[in-house]
Ligand binder design. Structure first.
Ligand code: FES
Length: 330
């Protein structure tokens, strides 16, 4: 079995164990959240040994060259020496300045970073609580909107971060931000290209930023936004999106639910069918955010409909697993 060396400790990895699991079992504190290679919060660096290539998917070339990899995706075949990032490295302190409900289980959270925090609309940040608990959230605003950052947080009953954010104790608290990360954002150029934006639940957060960023950049091609939820109570920002569509002729907005009687302006049906059947253009740029199953299915369908892979951007939201014996460090 391969051996993991870190901070003077050596731990033998089990046959299916990841580097993250091995490090946590050795009692080391390693920031992590999704455990699925999506949030990049578990970034560590190999100082010796061979890093499995699948643990470097989505990283920048410079990070790969320096040996960085995602501990939750790494199952090395041979011994590996690892160094943990300084836990304070790359963190930006931020105060929680505003918390309000946007929908039945969706919070709008405003954060005021204590120093400059550069980002692109649509990227995500890792929010690190004082006890080290880390969760990823997409940014819903534009850098030009003001000094605060806006997150849309889905509150889940077992969610340690989301239930805390919904509690009175969160307002005014100091957290740390790691990031931003992710490549799901609008890049200027090709201003007449059709844009297709599809998201479920709080997958609307990055799409709302991307939509407004495209308009800010003067995008004149058609922009079609589809937002889906299980029931009408999961929809939000409907007034703002309808207002954007009414003042920008190139923008269309469709709200879609799987269950419930149809309400004015809300379609009942399957979001993927709706998004792909409404005049899917071949040369379109596609942004997909939210439910991982839907994101994966729509990536494939958009590609088969003629979109180039380099024009398909996605941000699947993967829930952090509930706390267990090996996740105490989170
Ligand atoms: S990428 Fe490893 S915990 Fe999210």
């Amino acid at each position: 079995m391969p051996k993991l060396l870190c901070g003077g400790k050596a731990v033998e990895l089990g046959p299916t164990e990841t580097v993250l699991e091995g490090l946590l079992r050795a009692g080391l504190t390693v920031a992590h959240s999704c455990r699925a290679g999506a949030c990049q919060s578990c970034l560590v660096r190999a100082t010796e040994g061979l890093v499995p290539s699948e643990a470097q998917v989505g990283l920048k070339d410079t990070q790969k060259a320096e040996g960085y990899f995602l501990a939750c995706s790494a199952r090395p075949k041979t011994d590996l020496a690892v160094s943990l990032p300084d836990q304070a490295e790359g963190l930006t302190p931020a105060h929680i300045t505003h918390v309000a409900w946007l929908a039945e289980s969706v919070l709008r959270v405003e954060l005021a970073p204590t120093k400059t925090f550069a980002y692109r609309a649509g990227q995500f940040v890792n929010v690190v609580r004082a006890d080290g608990l880390t969760r990823s959230y997409s940014l819903a605003n534009l850098p030009g909107d003001g000094p605060t950052l806006t997150l849309h947080v889905r509150v889940v009953s077992q969610g340690r971060m989301s239930t805390w954010l919904a509690s009175p104790g969160a307002l005014g608290a100091l957290v740390n931000l790691r990031g931003p990360a992710g490549s799901c954002f609008y890049v200027e150029g090709r201003p007449t290209q059709p844009l297709l934006l599809v998201g479920t639940g709080t997958g609307l957060a990055p799409l709302y930023g991307i939509l407004r960023d495209a308009l800010r950049a003067g995008h004149s091609g058609p922009i079609r936004l589809f937002h889906g939820a299980r029931t009408p109570r999961g929809l939000y920002l409907q007034d703002e999106l309808r207002a954007l569509a009414s003042t920008h002729p190139q923008v269309s907005y469709t709200a879609c639910v799987r269950e419930g009687a149809g309400e004015a302006g809300v379609t009942v049906g399957a979001l993927d069918e709706l998004a792909m059947s409404a005049g899917a253009a071949k040369d379109q740029r596609v942004f997909l955010c939210g439910d991982p199953t839907l994101v994966t299915a729509l990536r494939k369908r958009a590609f088969l409909a003629g979109a180039r892979l380099r024009d398909i951007y996605s941000d699947p939201f993967i829930l952090a697993p509930p706390p267990g014996p090996s996740t105490e460090a989170a």
